[in-house]
Design a protein around this ligand. Structure first.
Ligand code: C2E
Ligand code: MG
Ligand code: MG
Length: 381
């Protein structure tokens, strides 16, 4: 344990430090002269974690997030103080890097809001408020629809349609991502199976489903995937599971193990938002990854920034060299499309082609595609 001594060195004699469980610690400062003093300590704690830890397996980096709540003059109870510090910690963690936050009233409001969302979300599945939208994935060579990305939507009875960015983090924190993620997977597989059977030109239509770390690390994830495929009578290679690089960073050993096991079912793995995380190329060498999705931040600045264009080009060429697929996401205009074509990118999705569609609209799109092809086939040469 090298953590506690490092923390202790940042404290004053007489300050109390307690382990809260797992990787959470509580520090109680009595007699702090003012808020600045507490902030100063928070800053020292964060800094104390900057040097790597030396373990038998080598040097390891950790980072600390700190939530600060001040009791003086608030009449807060001890339990209230811990709750407030926890709310501040939640926000510090949410910033995704080593940092600290001091609790304020707005945070309490956000906590209340988060709890309300969590409550509503618990019932959303039972009440059939969740639905899946499908964004077409286009093959640039001929403009045909070769796949769909399943994107979760929540039709909230009072708040209208809520985007996943708003509720997926809540679902992840509360553990609800497991049943919800399973539902999306089952729904998307069933839908893809049906489309493959009813549209002769889409017999190999692919379906992509986004995964959260927590879902992925859940013990029976492999069984969940296998049964979704079986129930949908869908061939495993038709299913692509999208994971982000952050998934790979969490617990690299356990994640790689699960990834390999699930890949053995025959499903494909695609790295989503590629280029925005750590993009450790070692993953690509060692793990069964079948495709990369170029993040839309790259696509967006294809014209404005030469370096972005160079990186995008390198990603495409690397994917080609590895014989894996590369998909550009967030294509919004013709110029971006042309640039991607020039770089040799073969697949894309984005508002330029289609927004995420309801299942009904997606079926209509496939039907149009069938008709166009039938028309072309029957036209005498
Ligand atoms: P993502 O997987 O990177 O999905 C692409 C997002 O980009 C979608 O947002 C899509 O609507 C949006 N998009 C597509 N084309 C364009 C475009 O041309 N321009 C712009 N500006 N945006 C475009 P959405 O549906 O709001 O989803 C956001 C994120 O939520 C997804 O990012 C994914 O990480 C997550 N998500 C969605 N559904 C699920 C799910 O079922 N499970 C999990 N765990 N995460 C999900
Ligand atoms: Mg995705
Ligand atoms: Mg993405």
């Amino acid at each position: 344990m090298q953590v506690a001594p490092r923390m202790q060195r940042s404290l004053r004699p007489g300050d109390t430090i307690a382990r809260f469980g797992g990787d959470e610690f509580a520090v109680l400062l009595e007699q702090v002269p003012d808020e600045q003093a507490a902030v100063g300590l928070a800053r020292r704690l964060v800094a104390a974690f900057e040097p790597p830890f030396t373990l038998s397996t080598g040097e390891h980096f950790a980072k600390a997030s700190v939530g600060v709540a001040i009791a003086a003059g608030t009449g807060n109870t001890p339990a209230g103080l811990i709750r407030d510090a926890d709310a501040a910690l939640y926000e510090a963690k949410g910033r995704g890097r080593a940092s600290f936050e001091v609790f304020d009233r707005a945070m309490r409001a956000r906590t209340v809001e988060r709890l309300a969302v969590e409550n509503d979300l618990r019932r959303a599945l039972e009440r059939d408020e969740l639905c899946v939208a499908y964004q077409p994935i286009i093959r640039l060579r001929d403009g045909s629809v070769v796949g769909a990305e399943a994107l979760l939507r929540w039709r909230h009875p009072r708040r209208g349609v809520i985007a996943p960015a708003e509720f997926i983090p809540v679902a992840e924190d509360s553990g609800m991502i497991e049943p919800i993620g399973r539902w999306v997977l089952e729904q998307a597989c069933a839908q893809a199976g049906e489309w493959q059977r009813s549209h002769p030109d889409s017999r190999t239509l692919g379906i992509s489903v986004n995964l959260s770390v927590r879902q992925f690390m859940h013990g029976d994830f492999e069984a969940v995937v296998a049964s979704a495929l079986a129930d949908a009578a869908l061939a495993p290679p038709s299913l692509s599971l999208e994971i982000t690089e952050s998934v790979l960073l969490r617990e690299p050993e356990a994640v790689s193990e699960t990834l390999r096991r699930v890949a053995r079912l025959g499903v494909r793995f695609v790295l989503d938002d590629f280029g925005t995380g750590y993009s450790s190329l070692a993953y690509l060498a060692g793990l069964p990854i079948d495709g990369l999705k170029i993040d839309r931040s790259f696509v967006r600045s294809l014209f404005r920034n030469e370096r972005t264009t160079a990186i995008t080009s390198a990603i495409v060429r690397m994917a080609q060299a590895l014989s894996i697929e590369v998909i550009a996401e967030g294509v919004e205009d013709e110029r971006q499309l042309e640039a991607l074509r020039t770089l040799g990118c073969q697949l894309a999705q984005g508002f330029y082609f289609h927004r995420p569609l309801s299942a009904g609209d997606f079926s209509a799109l496939l039907a149009e595609q069938d008709e166009r092809r039938a028309g072309r086939a029957s036209t005498p040469a």
